[in-house]
Design a protein around this ligand. Structure first.
Ligand SMILES: [Zn+2]
Length: 234
């Protein structure tokens, strides 16, 4: 009788111990999944962006990472932002023409280093954490707005966030002008409102991507997004 009680007691201990191990394992796995390094590791099987259609048609997105050998020669703008030197003449011409029509833009963000991209992602995650999201929720919310390191077009030097100067123009004026005219200078609205399912990025009326005048005209006329346009070429 006494032995039976002891056995029962031991069985109870084993169950508690197993539960403890299970809880610790779950916590450890959850912690690991939330670490940036581990998330980078999870990306190991994604593809590298191809340059087969030329440097200005490289497709960098949530799925395709910037190639390791991507080299960028930068031109610095007057406000300290930089862009790939190959897009600078068209960008400058576009800005000159905008100002001539009394629309006053600024490049709020051009080329970004991997370090800068990581900082932006960390800040965005923090802002969602502060709103009460769990870490994994915060990360997935942040990803709708900020690309992971290696997956941002800004790291190519071919993308620019264009905003109003905040004095002489409003954002709406700048975005409207760009939506109608940027294609003439080789830039496309990269994340259109009706393509978020494909781009996996929320509508960004400020984010323009250089693809060259020929492709920009075709993309503008067809209403395709870059993913669809390149998909058709393949
Ligand atoms: Zn952007």
């Amino acid at each position: 009788m006494r032995q039976k009680t002891r056995k029962k007691h031991r069985k109870g201990k084993r169950i508690v111990l197993s539960l403890l191990v299970l809880i610790l394992t779950i916590s450890a796995v959850r912690f690991a999944v939330n670490q940036t390094a581990f998330q980078d590791f999870l990306h190991f099987n994604t593809d590298v962006a191809s340059m087969e259609h030329g440097w200005n048609l490289i497709l960098v997105n949530w799925e395709y990472k910037i190639p390791k050998d991507w080299k960028v020669e930068l031109t610095e703008l007057s406000n300290g932002q930089s862009v790939d030197s190959r897009i600078y003449p068209d960008l400058q011409q576009m800005f000159d023409d905008m100002r001539a029509q009394e629309v006053y833009p600024v490049v709020a963000s051009g080329y970004r280093t991997a370090k800068k991209q990581r900082e932006l992602m960390d800040d965005k995650v923090d802002s969602f954490l502060a709103q009460g999201y769990s870490r994994s929720e915060a990360k997935s919310e942040a990803k709708k707005w900020v690309a992971d390191v290696g997956y941002s077009e800004h790291q190519t030097g071919l993308a620019v966030d264009i905003n109003a100067d905040g004095v002489n123009s409003s954002g709406q004026q700048v975005y409207a002008w760009l939506a109608d005219n940027a294609w003439k200078y080789g830039f496309i609205l990269r994340y259109p409102e009706d393509k978020t399912e494909i781009t996996k990025t929320d509508y960004e009326p400020w984010h323009y991507r250089y693809v060259g005048a020929e492709s920009a005209a075709k993309i503008y006329e067809s209403g395709l997004c870059l993913e669809e346009y390149i998909g058709m070429m393949n």
